[in-house]
Design a protein around this ligand. Structure first.
Ligand SMILES: [Zn+2]
Ligand SMILES: [Zn+2]
Length: 146
């Protein structure tokens, strides 16, 4: 979303445009920043020399999530991770040991959801499915501890 669209979006929702809000959104929008936690987003902003406090980061993330621009993924330890909400129904495999988040999208996500829907005649519009477990790397570490 570019600055003009973001300004309009905030306007419609009765929020003021601030450079800080835009900076938070832009950091989350970067592909390499997918699924970062609030603290990691804060650290990424510091690296970009954006003068922004952690409380503002938390508040902004909450607002952007409530307004539907971001979606939140909660790990088992309750830390929240964020991604841009592109409206696509998708799933996450979340490692409860190292916190890695593997994204499931496209036909794989669609096929799984069709199976879950079964014959309920329910038209899913949005949402995500989060499954918790242990990732390949952590499984290997368990089997062969260093
Ligand atoms: Zn893991
Ligand atoms: Zn995701």
């Amino acid at each position: 979303m570019d600055t003009v669209d973001f300004k309009e979006f905030l306007n419609e929702k009765n929020f003021c445009f601030t450079a800080q809000r835009l900076a938070v959104l832009n950091v989350v929008a970067k592909e390499e920043n997918k699924h970062l936690s609030a603290t990691e987003i804060y650290e990424a902003l510091q690296e970009e020399h954006q003068g922004i406090g952690i409380a503002t980061v938390y508040k902004t993330l909450r607002m952007l999530e409530q307004e539907g621009l971001l979606s939140k993924i909660e790990l088992l330890d309750k830390t929240a991770h964020y991604e841009i909400n592109d409206g696509a129904i998708h799933g996450h495999l979340i490692c409860s040991k190292c916190g890695k988040i593997i994204e499931i999208r496209g036909s794989r996500a669609r096929r799984s959801l069709e199976l879950l829907q079964g014959d309920s005649n329910f038209a899913i519009q949005q949402g995500s499915v989060n499954l918790y477990g242990i990732c390949e790397d952590c499984l290997r570490l368990q089997a062969y501890p260093v």
